[in-house]
Design a protein around this ligand. Structure first.
Ligand SMILES: Cc1cc2nc3c(=O)[nH]c(=O)nc-3n(C[C@H](O)[C@H](O)[C@H](O)COP(=O)(O)OP(=O)(O)OC[C@H]3O[C@@H](n4cnc5c(N)ncnc54)[C@H](O)[C@@H]3O)c2cc1C
Length: 424
């Protein structure tokens, strides 16, 4: 393939649109398999992404396999406990394994730094990264075996395949699927709010705090510790609930100062904790099991938030973004450049065996469990039964094993919920 930027055309095997976790994971996997990969992102990195910055064990295992080194991310903060408070005020502390050889089970890392470091990894693997260049359109000309992408400042990128890792609003999904991509009026399953605070107190530094406030259900508030007394604090609620009518964003913004001032929350954050930047809000898409995963006869595959891959119970999506990126890349490599329909079929099958099943289970647990006061009370009481339940529940909650792991024998192994964490 040729690379002729001067004439405004760039050819490659695979184009990846979006340089978040999903795009970088796909690009790294493809480059390692010898594919010529061009990645474009409209943002110039490092760029912020509105997020809780929490990395689950599942996400960490993927990051390790992709070659990301913790010391490449300045704000990398390992955490070894989660503290959950039910609406009635009962708290349970869930310890994660710690100590020599235990490995890492939970980390908080600023997305601005994490995503830039992962993109740097992609560059090091040979991916041609063009950040600061937005996709503006996409076509599949009749009779041609490639997708043509219109990219600001680059011209046309021609690729055998394109991986759409362009986030919740996926412009590529809109360009290729239009209404068929269910983009009209879709606002995601969750809406979430985040603010960075500084001068957080010692309680807040102790672990990942999660509050199930009665008036936030179905939803929760979090405070995740970062180095130097900084905190990532935010809350998310499920869209469409009768407790949370639209306009959701405005309602959430109005409630925010009052939430931060609640005595039991302020007691954890500390008296001196104060915002260091304005708050941000963003939707969370969580319905991969009901989402179109490919377009253009299989030449375009959707991953991460563009595939609505987030966990419907917690709103966590970094691990799912990484996993879907790897699965799509594997499918492209296995199908080869001439059988795009096979790539799509393989990708769909892989997602159905893993992420879609996990999300179905998480969706059920969410609807019948943590969306209600009673469900949370039962979950907290069960988790708090003894040391074993506290340890095991903590690991399961933090996706040490897939949500539907127990239901999928293909993913069983002898050290289920007992193996070391990542970076052991
Ligand atoms: C408030 C909040 C808190 C959250 N907390 C957590 C958490 O603690 N842990 C967790 O695991 N998940 C969390 N999530 C979910 C998580 O942030 C997402 O699931 C994850 O970022 C998805 O990654 P991605 O690579 O698919 O998309 P993104 O990270 O959104 O990346 C998409 C990329 O596409 C680029 N792009 C968009 N349009 C174009 C275009 N036209 N041309 C080129 N590039 C384009 C963007 O610039 C962006 O870089 C949270 C989400 C929210 C909103």
């Amino acid at each position: 393939m040729t690379d002729d930027e001067t004439q405004g055309t760039l050819d490659c095997d695979v184009a990846v649109v979006g340089g978040g976790p999903a795009g970088s994971a796909a690009a790294i996997t493809l480059a390692r398999a010898g594919r010529d990969v061009v990645l474009v992102d409209k943002a110039t990195f490092p760029r912020d992404k509105c997020c809780g910055d929490g990395l689950t064990t599942g996400a960490l295992r993927h990051l390790e396999a992709l070659g990301l080194r913790p010391d490449a991310v300045a704000s990398w903060q390992t955490v070894t406990r989660t503290i959950i408070r039910s609406p009635s005020g009962r708290t349970v502390e869930l310890p994660l394994p710690a100590g020599p050889g235990a490995g890492t089970f939970a980390v908080v890392a600023r997305r601005a730094e994490l995503d830039a470091a992962l993109l740097e990894r992609a560059r090091a693997e040979g991916v041609k990264v063009h950040d600061g260049h937005a996709l503006t359109g996409a076509t599949v000309p009749a009779g041609e075996r490639c997708v043509h992408l219109a990219v600001d400042g680059l011209g046309t990128v021609r690729a055998r395949y394109v991986v759409a890792a362009d986030g919740m609003w996926s412009p590529l999904r809109k360009a290729l699927l239009g209404g068929a991509g269910e983009t009209e009026g879709y606002l995601g399953e969750w809406h979430a709010f985040r603010q960075y605070l500084h001068h957080g107190g010692p309680e807040a530094q102790r672990g990942l705090w999660v509050w199930f406030e009665e008036d936030l259900l179905p939803g929760y508030l979090w405070s995740f510790p970062l180095p130097d007394g900084r905190l990532n604090v935010g809350y998310g609620v499920q869209r469409g609930s009768k407790h949370w009518p639209e306009p959701l964003g405005k309602r959430m913004a109005k409630l925010w100062p009052e939430l931060l001032a609640r005595p039991h929350i302020r007691a954890v954050l500390g008296p001196d904790a104060e915002p260091e930047a304005p708050h941000k809000a963003w939707p969370i898409p969580a319905r991969i099991e009901r989402t179109i995963l490919g377009a253009a006869g299989g030449r375009a595959l959707f991953v991460g938030d563009a595939a609505r891959a987030t966990d419907p119970m917690t709103g966590e999506g970094i691990g799912q973004a990484l996993e879907s990126g790897v699965l799509a890349a594997d499918a492209i490599v296995a199908a080869g450049s001439l059988r795009p329909w096979l790539a799509q079929r393989r990708y769909e099958a892989a997602v159905n065996r893993t992420l879609a099943l996990d999300n179905r289970v998480a969706g059920l647990l969410s609807t019948h469990g943590v969306a209600h006061r009673k469900g949370i009370r039962i979950a907290v009481a069960l988790a708090d039964t003894n040391d074993w339940t506290r340890r095991t529940f903590g690991r399961w909650l933090f996706e040490d094993e897939p949500r539907a792991g127990l239901l999928t024998p293909a993913r069983w192994h002898r050290r289920f919920l007992r193996r070391p964490g990542a970076y052991a």
